[in-house]
Design a protein around this ligand. Structure first.
Ligand SMILES: Cc1cc2nc3c(=O)[nH]c(=O)nc-3n(C[C@H](O)[C@H](O)[C@H](O)COP(=O)(O)O)c2cc1C
Length: 137
């Protein structure tokens, strides 16, 4: 099952930044269904029209899903910032989870997305910590 397990992360820009939050609800519904089917786990953060998504699973499932995502006109300028082989999942409990945008969390989400180019591993860990606190709260 864990054969070929990889983690990828990408950054992209919403085509309609003002609608990014509304789109998030639609995206999550479809993603959750597909990702559970494909044994993918991960998280999606959005802030100020910027997306940052982490996905984990078998390499071939990641490739297929990433190809669909990259062709989605709701965003552009997709840039994969990390792709690594891993032994275990960091987002194992979530088919797809999103940071809810409480105004108080906006700076934290912004900071994670700012960081994803220079230090993607740290950004991914910060995203996981943020989501764990959010779910626990
Ligand atoms: C920022 C962003 C993230 C997305 N993440 C996922 C995802 O994790 N899994 C997924 O199946 N689709 C995701 N999508 C949606 C895909 O682009 C595509 O619309 C969907 O996979 C089509 O699914 P369907 O063929 O079952 O209708 C995402 C789209 C955007 C814009």
């Amino acid at each position: 099952m864990s054969l070929n397990l990889q983690r990828i992360a990408y950054y992209s820009l919403a085509s309609q930044p003002e609608a990014a939050l509304i789109m998030l609800a639609e995206i999550l519904g479809v993603s959750d269904r597909n990702n559970v089917r494909d044994s993918l786990t991960g998280a999606l953060l959005v802030s100020r029209g910027r997306f940052f998504q982490v996905l984990e699973g078998a390499a071939q499932d990641l490739d297929r899903t990433l190809a669909r995502i990259a062709a989605d006109p709701r965003h552009h300028s997709l840039n994969v910032v990390l792709r690594v082989d891993v032994n275990r999942r960091m987002f194992g409990q979530w088919g797809m989870v999103a940071a809810r945008i409480a105004p108080s969390q906006q700076p934290e989400i912004d900071a994670i997305i700012d960081r994803c180019h220079d230090d993607p591993a740290a950004a991914i860990k910060a995203a996981r910590d943020l989501l764990e606190h959010q779910i626990a709260a």
